[in-house]
Design a protein around this ligand. Sequence first.
Ligand code: 5GP
Ligand code: ZN
Length: 123
Amino acid sequence: MEGEAVTDRRSDCLFCKIVAGEVPADIVREGERTIAFRDINPQAPTHVLIIPRDHYPDMASAGAAGIGLLDEIAREAGEIARAEGIADSGYRMVFNTGPGAGQTIFHVHGHLLGGRGLEWPPG
Ligand code: 5GP
Ligand code: ZN
C-alpha cells in the first residue's frame, strides 16, 4: 500500500524543513530520494546524517514501506564513507529508534560515524 500522510513533508519536522531548504544544513551529498548533511553536534570527526526526503518517523516505518529506502541509505553511507576517507578504517551506522534509545528527531536518520576509534558496546 502506498504510504499516505507518512510520506508528506511535515511542517513541524526539522528534517523536513532541511529537505525543503527552509533550515540551512551543511549538505554533503544529495540523492534522488535521500540527502546527507553534517550533524550540528558532531560526535566523531565524520558525523553525517542520512535521511530520506520523505517523512517516515523511524527506521522501522521506513523499512515497512517496502520501497528500498534503507537500502539506498546504506548505499549512500558507503559512498560518503569513501569520500570522507573512512571506508577502510571503518565506520558505524546508527539508527536510534525510540526515546529510550536516544531518538530525538522523529524523521528517520542514519548517523554515519567515523574518523576515530569507536567503542563496543555503545553507551
Ligand atoms: P537522534 O538523537 O534523533 O538520533 O539524532 C538527532 C541528531 O540531529 C542529533 O545528533 C543532533 O545533534 C542533530 N541535530 C539536531 N538539530 C539539528 C540541526 O538543526 N541541524 C543538524 N545538522 N543536525 C541537528
Ligand atoms: Zn520529517
